[in-house]
Design a protein around this ligand. Structure first.
Ligand code: ADP
Ligand code: MG
Length: 321
């Protein structure tokens, strides 16, 4: 999105890790993708944006710091640099999440804008936002702020369903932000209800409906739809079929929703993950040669190089069907 746009040069690239329900490995991926980027010689800042349920510091094995995102959002500290704490991992800093949920679980638009401006001003190459579970507007907004929106999915029906729901919500939220006309805004609000009177089930249906009202706006929404390309990571893979899930979700999104999703890699289910978690150490520092760690390094490389998986990946995997 912003990156590489000469009219709006940005010093850094923001990644956000989301995807519906809890326990899909968002925090695990955020922490370890950050470490993988540092291995590639990059400076990284991790931000725990799971407002009210912050635990990224624990994934990194550090105590809950005094200054947090909450202080920044509330203006108790003025400069973002004051909230960054070292993680013990070279070139990886952390802004810990807010734990006092009642006050900051719902930051206002202006607070989020100010945070974004401060992030963009940082002389750090990659910023990774670890998002909370669910599809609340704040989570969707943080996902939309990012240059690369990453979806963590588990190969199980509930998680897949949640990711589809998340993708739809992200698109509707994005459309809602670009739509100026009241009638279009109303149509988007209606589309969010699955049982709407227009029979709109997908972002694609919505665009068709809007195009009938106003072809110009329909065209604009279509452009938005092409420019937003969520990145899919399948986590806790146990079989070749689990790996294939990424490809089938990519096809389904294209076929049924008209949405482009890029499959950037998978991470194996690996006992080293809980062994590392138990020791409060990140996987990549504790077990860098483990299968899961190697998977994360590949995902980080694909994201950083703006590449995605090809079907050839299935050949050569040690996993059985
Ligand atoms: N690839 C994996 N193999 C084994 N366990 C994993 C893997 N990925 C995540 N886990 C475990 O799943 C649990 C949930 O991960 P977490 O990152 O906290 O999820 P989220 O942030 O999405 O709620 C953690 O206990 C983590 O150790
Ligand atoms: Mg988490």
């Amino acid at each position: 999105m912003r990156l590489g746009d000469p009219a709006n040069p940005s010093r850094n690239e923001i990644w956000a890790v989301g995807g519906g329900k809890g326990g899909t490995g968002k925090s695990f991926l955020s922490a370890n993708l950050g470490i993988a980027l540092s291995h590639r010689g990059k400076r990284v800042l991790l931000i725990d944006a799971d407002l009210g349920c912050a635990n990224l510091h624990t994934c990194l094995g550090i105590d809950y710091p005094e200054a947090t995102l909450s202080d920044l959002l509330k203006g108790r500290i003025k400069r973002i640099e004051q909230a960054i704490v070292p993680t013990g991992i070279p070139n990886v800093g952390l802004i810990s999440g807010a734990q006092d949920i009642l006050e900051v679980a719902n930051p206002k638009h202006a607070q989020k804008e100010r945070l974004l401006r401060q992030i963009q001003g940082l002389d750090i190459e990659y910023i990774i936002l670890d998002l909370g579970a669910g599809t609340s507007f704040n989570i969707l907004d943080f996902f939309l702020i990012a240059d690369q929106g990453i979806l963590a999915v588990l190969p199980e029906p509930t998680s897949i369903e949640n990711v589809y729901r998340f993708i739809k919500s992200v698109f509707y939220r994005r459309f809602r932000k670009v739509a100026k006309e009241d009638a279009v805004k109303e149509m988007i609000a209606l589309a969010m209800d699955q049982k709407n009177e227009f029979g709109i089930k997908t972002p694609y249906d919505l665009i068709e409906q809007v195009a009938r009202m106003d072809p110009g706006v329909g065209e604009q929404l279509k452009k938005e739809m092409y420019s937003l390309r969520p990145k899919l990571v399948v986590n806790q893979v146990r079989s070749k079929d689990d790996i294939t899930l990424g490809f089938s979700m990519r096809s389904s999104c294209a076929k049924y929703f008209g949405i482009t999703v890029e499959y950037v890699g998978y991470v194996e289910h690996d006992d080293h993950v809980w062994q590392a978690t138990k020791r409060r150490r990140p996987l990549l520092t504790e077990y860098p040669a483990s299968n899961a760690a190697r998977g994360i390094e590949k995902v980080a490389a694909h994201l950083a190089d703006h590449e995605q998986l090809t079907i050839d990946y299935l050949v050569g995997t040690a996993l059985r069907r």
